[in-house]
Design a binder for this molecule. Structure first.
Ligand code: XMP
Length: 325
């Protein structure tokens, strides 16, 4: 019979059987899924697991610090932080096609994990091999990447369709049959704090798939500022639970004319995409209060250089997906 406790017990047994006395690494993204997957595997195999946090420069403001502090405090996990910003920016330079971005990000993630694997082995060479890679893949990721029966590939999720073919790891994917709300229940059962378990979803490829156009350091910095403002105001308005997630998207290839002070501007639009959903398979745009939208719009256009327009996405899923890429 189906209870969260049973799921946890079942997974702990399965993970212990799969890994035996070998070692595993787990990529942490700062999101709910990878955090819960890591906590589960940590509970199953303890110090045989090392978590790897890849700072790819596509993170939101404050995210790296949150993983370093909150997650380690909650789980006591061994954490390795890899600064890979240059690597990702170089690999993504000049690329604007969404699928290509996703594939590149997936590939670079794995390359960094392989490097981390070599380092972990070098640090404790006599130990068991590091053979396993833990991923927080959920059921909807599998379906939408074309892994479910008869479904077309909508997007290559960085942790499913985005993996390179010459993958040297065996995968552990303990959440593969679960939906987001179930993952949150598992996280709670494992004793993770609300700041982690109740976080809104954020995609592994990060802000890289929220810039329509190619990805540069300047564009990322700009989007990070706009995103931080939107999140701050949504939280201040008490809307975090009502809104499933609110991607903030930079239309880097679009410019429009505006006026600010007594001068003409020619800047980029920022899109707000607040959605309500049960499981991200379908979603509706959130009818959120106009005064909150007004506040976000005023702050973004005042505080973020080169952005002179804020627009609201009023499309449900389908036909739109939640992310723009
Ligand atoms: P879409 O845009 O497909 O998004 O409607 C559905 C949900 O999945 C998240 N998403 C991702 N999560 N890796 C992830 O971990 C990815 O590559 C990825 N792409 C989309 C998205 O934020 C939404 O919650």
């Amino acid at each position: 019979d189906w209870t969260t406790g049973n799921i946890v017990e079942e997974q702990l047994t399965a993970i212990r059987e799969q890994v035996g006395t070998k070692r595993a690494i787990c990529g942490l993204s700062g999101g709910v899924d990878s955090a819960v997957a890591a906590a589960l595997v940590q509970k199953a195999i303890g110090s045989q697991l090392t978590c790897v946090y890849v700072d790819h420069g596509l993170m939101r403001k404050g995210e790296t610090e949150q993983v370093e502090k909150d997650f380690v405090a909650a789980t006591g996990v061994q954490l390795k932080v890899v600064d890979a910003q240059e690597r990702f920016l170089t690999a993504l330079a000049g690329v604007s096609d969404p699928e290509q971005k996703r594939k590149i990000i997936g590939r670079e993630f794995i390359r960094v994990f392989e490097q981390a694997q070599a380092e972990i082995i070098a640090e404790a060479p006599g130990d068991q091999p590091v053979e396993f890679l833990v991923q927080g893949t959920l059921y909807p990721d599998v379906v939408e990447s074309g892994g479910g029966s008869g479904t077309a590939n909508i997007k290559s999720h960085h942790n499913v369709g985005g993996l390179p073919e010459d993958l040297e790891f065996q995968l552990i994917e303990p959440l593969r049959q679960l939906f987001k709300d179930e993952v949150r229940m598992v996280g709670q059962e494992l004793g993770l704090p609300d700041e982690i378990v109740q976080r809104q979803p954020f995609p592994g490829p990060g802000l890289g798939i929220r810039i329509v156009g190619d990805v540069t350091k300047e564009r990322l910095d700009l989007l990070r500022e706009a995103d931080a403002i939107a999140r701050e105001e949504l939280t201040a308005a008490g809307l975090d639970r009502e809104i499933w997630q609110c991607p903030v998207v930079l239309l880097a290839d679009v410019r429009s004319v505006g006026v600010q002070g007594d001068g003409r501007t020619y800047g980029h639009p920022i899109v707000l995409r607040p959605v309500s959903s049960e499981d991200a398979m379908t979603a509706d745009w959130t009818r959120m209060p106009y005064d909150v939208l007004a506040k976000i719009s005023t702050r973004i256009t005042n505080e973020v250089a080169d952005v002179n327009r804020v627009v609201l996405d009023v499309t449900s899923k389908p036909p739109g997906t939640i992310e723009w890429e």
